[in-house]
Design a protein around this ligand. Structure first.
Ligand code: CP
Length: 327
């Protein structure tokens, strides 16, 4: 990760690189617990957050991560920008780069938009969600949250339930978890599961209760209600009854199975109210961890050296380096 200039996706990322990234995020997590939540790691750098789609969690946590790393950041949303006058993505990005921006964080409805900018600009590009393709920082923060609970990923089973076909969160989770050796099962209406998804190394099960058998975690995807109008499932009520994660459905999972959701949630549809707020839910932990993970991604893409976990630090020199970077 310390040689990676861009973060465009988790596809092809090795277990070693993911581990280094999560270790670095672990070191940064402590910064948000301090009375003064700031380190000088990115002082002097300018980061532009280009959000062409709505966002609450991702946009705010990137902004907080940038401020906590002492970077200067500017925010761009479509409303009020010259995109509403017809300016292209290319022209928008080139104009922003002309103002000497070092990094660009982009969310866009078009799959591949971050890859396009990475090929065009000098700046580092971080994908904050591109169409139905990938949402790599969400995948990383989900893995960070699981590792925080479990210590490692050994012999774990994660079920991803919902609209897998249109989910960038699902795709990034699948690439990352499979690389870490986790058993991943996807579940949902057959119309919302891509054909041949087994090729990504996952199992497929349309019966939620069977999918949850022996599960250590369930990651619940947001159902996009417009999919019903497109005829991809019969009704919201039926979806909630068959694929909604309820306390009853969770009886089939392991007793300590954790419940995740990337947000925003449709309470009472894909996830029952009591499950969303219940003791197995780590949904707000995911949000907390998003800041640390995004700090790590920005820091490493800026050229910072990876910060290894205590166990991996075998030399005094490495410990000294860690102290310098985070303090
Ligand atoms: N999880 C996620 O991407 O949420 P936002 O759309 O609010 O950023």
């Amino acid at each position: 990760m310390n040689t990676r200039k861009h973060l465009l996706g988790l596809e092809g990322m090795s277990a070693e690189e993911i581990t280094r990234l999560l270790d670095t995020a672990e070191s940064f997590k402590e910064v948000s617990e301090r009375p003064v939540k700031k380190v000088p790691a990115l002082r002097g750098m300018t980061i532009a957050n280009l959000f062409f789609e709505p966002s609450t969690r991702t946009r705010i946590s990137f902004e907080l991560a940038e401020k906590r790393l002492s970077a200067d950041s500017v925010n761009f949303t479509v409303g009020g920008s010259s995109v509403s006058k017809g300016e292209t993505l290319r022209d928008t990005a080139e104009n922003i780069q002309a103002m000497k921006v070092d990094m660009i964080v982009i969310r866009h409805s078009a799959a591949g938009a971050p890859h396009f900018l990475a090929g065009l600009l000098e700046a580092s590009v971080v994908n904050a969600g591109d169409g139905a393709h990938e949402h790599p920082t969400q995948g990383l923060l989900d893995m960070f949250t699981l590792r925080e609970r479990w210590g490692n990923f050994d012999e774990r089973k994660v079920v991803i339930v919902g609209d897998v076909a249109h989910s960038r969160v699902a795709r990034s989770n699948i690439h990352g978890l499979v690389a870490m050796g986790v058993e991943v099962v996807v579940c949902g209406p057959p119309t919302l599961i891509p054909m041949n998804i087994e090729r990504l190394g996952v199992g497929v099960e349309s019966d939620l209760r069977k999918a949850l058998d022996g599960a250590d975690a369930v990651n619940v995807l947001r159902i996009q209600k417009e999919r019903q109008a497109a005829g991809l499932f019969p009704s919201i009520d039926e979806y909630a009854r068959v694929w909604g994660v309820s306390a009853d459905a969770l009886k089939h999972a392991k007793p300590d199975c954790v419940v995740m959701h990337p947000g925003p949630m449709n309470r009472g549809i894909e996830i029952a109210q009591d499950v969303a707020d219940g003791e197995r839910s780590v949904i707000l932990d995911q949000v907390t961890n998003g800041v640390a993970v995004r700090m790590a991604v920005l820091y490493l893409c800026s050229g910072g050296a990876a910060i290894e976990s205590e166990e991996e630090q075998t030399t005094t020199e490495a410990k000294t380096t860690k102290g310098k970077q985070v303090a």
